[in-house]
Design a protein around this ligand. Structure first.
Ligand SMILES: Nc1nc2c(ncn2[C@@H]2O[C@H](COP(=O)(O)OP(=O)(O)OP(=O)(O)O)[C@@H](O)[C@H]2O)c(=O)[nH]1
Length: 331
């Protein structure tokens, strides 16, 4: 019998660099002749990056909700279907930036009851700059979720090291080691690391998955504080109550300068924006990314028709205001 298909879970807060890392993983798999399959989960109604992923990589999409609550059952079904139909060598799940990792892990382990697959590593990508800022504040739901994602990891990718200084990087490394003494830490920029490091076996470092699960259960009865070196795991639905998303489809091309200005002026409670836009001053399409105050534009030539669309994810922002401003850009 063929050995079980390893399933890797990629997690990390919104905009930390998960897709950047996944694209390296896919390139590496292609170069080595390994057939991957991916499951991409998005809070918005559209999988922006999924529209430009290589067509020969089987992909399941879970849209309009987070794996760890609204799409949890779907994750199991998609995994079983992918495993049986595509028979890939490896499956990567990119969860939303707001996913509670342990719920995703549970979805995978459940699926392994029905298909020949098994949970391999949980890889958490951490945005160095963002974590540092949250560390300074030292509380809040986002900070708690980041810590949960860090604690659940077998491998930690401390990304965006270009945005912090050496002393700050050391401070972050110490925090990661305190919260998760079991995971290997890779401090990188642009998720630049040898993807083979992600496949390293974790059984040898004795990472106690069961202990982690036990801690989660304990936390339901004990309200622990960060100062005690432990913290409370929020229940998934509570953790998401504050998150909202807007998906906006453009009917028209827009002006590039005004759009850049619009991104710069996005309110602080919009953590993440991404999409595909057409600009009036050029015939090309662009994939845009906006995370934690920084924007990127990449000219794309999709091999299939794509939507002109923008997705915004944040906490308690006014969807109506944003929609109005987007309509003005189209006028
Ligand atoms: N400065 C800097 N920017 C980075 C780095 N890595 C990724 N980015 C940028 O950060 C933005 C978000 O990267 P993604 O890889 O899309 O992040 P993600 O975690 O997949 O985002 P979501 O799926 O929306 O949660 C993009 O604009 C990237 O180009 C890095 O190391 N340094």
């Amino acid at each position: 019998m063929r050995s079980a298909i390893p399933v890797y879970v990629l997690t990390g807060f919104l905009g930390s660099g998960k897709t950047t890392l996944l694209s390296r993983v896919l390139d590496d798999a292609k170069a080595r002749g390994v057939q991957p399959a991916i499951v991409m989960n998005e809070v918005g109604e559209v999988n922006v990056e999924g529209q430009i992923v290589d067509a020969d990589v089987p992909m399941a999409e879970l849209l309009g909700g987070c794996i760890c609550c609204t799409s949890k059952g779907d994750l199991g079904l998609e995994l079983v279907q992918l495993a049986k139909q595509e028979k890939p060598d490896v499956i990567w799940i990119e969860s939303t930036g707001i996913a509670q990792p342990l719920d995703v892990v549970e979805g995978v382990t459940e699926a392994s009851l029905y298909a020949n697959l098994m949970l391999a590593n949980v890889v958490t990508v951490v945005d160095a700059r963002h974590l540092l800022d949250r560390l300074r504040i030292g509380s809040g739901k986002t900070f708690r979720l980041m810590k949960e994602q860090i604690r659940a990891a077998d491998i930690l990718v401390l990304n965006k090291r270009d945005l912090v200084g050496p002393t700050e990087l050391e401070e972050l490394r110490e925090a990661l080691e305190t919260w998760n003494p079991y995971a290997a830490i890779h401090a990188v920029a642009r998720a630049e690391l040898d993807p083979q490091a992600l496949y390293a076996s974790t059984s040898s470092n004795g990472r106690p998955r069961d202990t982690l699960r036990q801690q989660e259960n304990e936390s339901e009865v004990a309200d622990q504080t960060a100062s005690e070196g432990r913290f409370k795991f929020a229940h998934a639905s509570e953790g998401h109550a504050h998150v909202n998303a807007l998906t906006y489809f453009f009917d028209n091309d827009i002006d590039s300068v005004r759009f850049e200005q619009f991104l710069k002026e996005l309110p602080d409670n919009v953590y993440r924006a991404k999409g595909i836009v057409g600009f009036r001053d050029t015939a090309s399409l662009f994939l845009f990314q906006h995370a934690y105050g920084e924007s990127d534009f990449l000219r794309i030539t999709p091999q299939k028709p794509v939507n002109r669309v923008a997705v915004f994810i944040g906490e308690g922002f006014s969807r109506e205001d944003l929609q109005q401003r987007l309509r003005e850009l189209e006028a």
